[in-house]
Design a protein around this ligand. Structure first.
Ligand code: 13P
Ligand code: SF4
Length: 309
């Protein structure tokens, strides 16, 4: 593995490529990345890179966002099958109909959606700026929020809105078991529960802190507490533990039995170190977005980045 890592680092230099990785990626991929972050951080990094090639170690919608921000650069993804259940829960034709049924509404979409959906949106948000983005719209203006109903419900609650929600969700964050979580908390009453807002409302109700992956890591780093139950994809534990080597991190339990890896995102885990290497060698698979879609989809992303400065 060390040899492969070395080869990737050399090739990356030779080809003037940058590797952007999400926290849910395998540890060995995070180790060779130039930047590891949450969706917002990764978009901001993609916006400012001078590299010729962007290798995106994450899922398709993230690489698509990087491509929208860098139309003249080559954006490559180690496995084109690395999709997202949340993005898949919002098919463009059905969403177009939904918008037509709510003609006066501003459309805000969570970044976990396809470029085609972004092209139908006024604003995009991520889990770390959703509240800010929603609050940028006057209170009397009706809003459609898609595709994540759990994040939408959470933002409705904290911002006192009544946004119309698309009925989408993430299979990983909906797999947490509330009963097992309560049992686990009874065994560790000193642990603080932290959760990603894609989790269901009953899970979020138990959490002391709710935030994006980067915000969860930051919270654990700066908290006085020593023990945390972490309700998000298990890949986050690698970087989190590196940052707080003396604290205890316990992954939130899933509905299925203990042999199931349901708190792992199967899409994220499609990327392997070997595929990263092959992808750099071949400069493929490449993200291609039809020009007509790209022209429209970049606008709500730019608005979001402007609001996040
Ligand atoms: P973050 O932007 O919080 O990293 O979330 C991305 C994601 O896909 C969570 O499932
Ligand atoms: Fe999509 Fe869920 Fe995987 Fe995040 S964890 S990339 S929302 S399927």
């Amino acid at each position: 593995m060390e040899l492969l890592k070395q080869k990737i680092l050399e090739l990356k230099k030779q080809k003037n490529a940058v590797i952007l990785a999400h926290y849910y990626q395998l540890p060995e991929i995070q180790e060779i990345a130039d930047y590891v972050g949450d969706s917002l951080g990764l978009s901001q990094e993609a916006e400012k890179t001078n590299a010729k090639i962007i290798l995106f170690a994450g899922v398709h919608f993230m690489a698509e966002t990087a491509k929208l921000l860098n139309p003249s650069k080559k954006v490559i993804l180690p496995d084109l099958e690395a999709g997202c259940s949340l993005a898949d829960s919002c098919p463009p034709a059905a969403f177009k109909k939904f918008i037509l049924e709510h003609p006066k509404h501003v459309v805000i979409t969570y970044v976990n959606c396809s470029a085609e959906i972004k092209a139908m949106s006024h604003l995009v948000c991520t889990s770390s700026n959703a509240e800010k983005v929603v609050q940028s719209i006057p209170e009397d203006v009706p809003i459609i929020f898609a595709p994540d109903k759990n994040l939408g419900n959470y933002i409705n609650k904290i911002s006192n809105r009544k946004m119309v929600l698309w009925n989408g969700s993430c299979i990983v964050h909906e797999a947490f078991s509330i009963d097992k979580l309560i049992d686990l908390h009874k065994q560790h009453p000193d642990a603080v529960i932290i959760a990603h807002p894609e989790s269901e409302t009953h899970i979020l109700k138990t959490a002391t802190f709710i935030g994006s992956t980067a915000e969860m890591i930051d919270f654990v780093k700066h908290s006085q507490h020593q023990k945390f139950i972490v309700a998000t994809e298990a890949g986050i534990l690698y970087k989190m533990q590196l940052d707080v080597p003396n604290k205890i991190l316990i992954p939130a339990p899933s509905i299925a039995d203990n042999t199931c890896a349901c708190s792992e995102c199967a899409f994220m885990k499609l990327n392997t170190l070997q595929k990263v290497y092959d992808c750099l060698v071949n400069e493929s698979p490449e993200i291609i977005i039809p020009v007509e879609i790209a022209k429209k989809a970049i606008l709500p992303i730019k608005r979001m980045l402007e609001l996040s400065k």
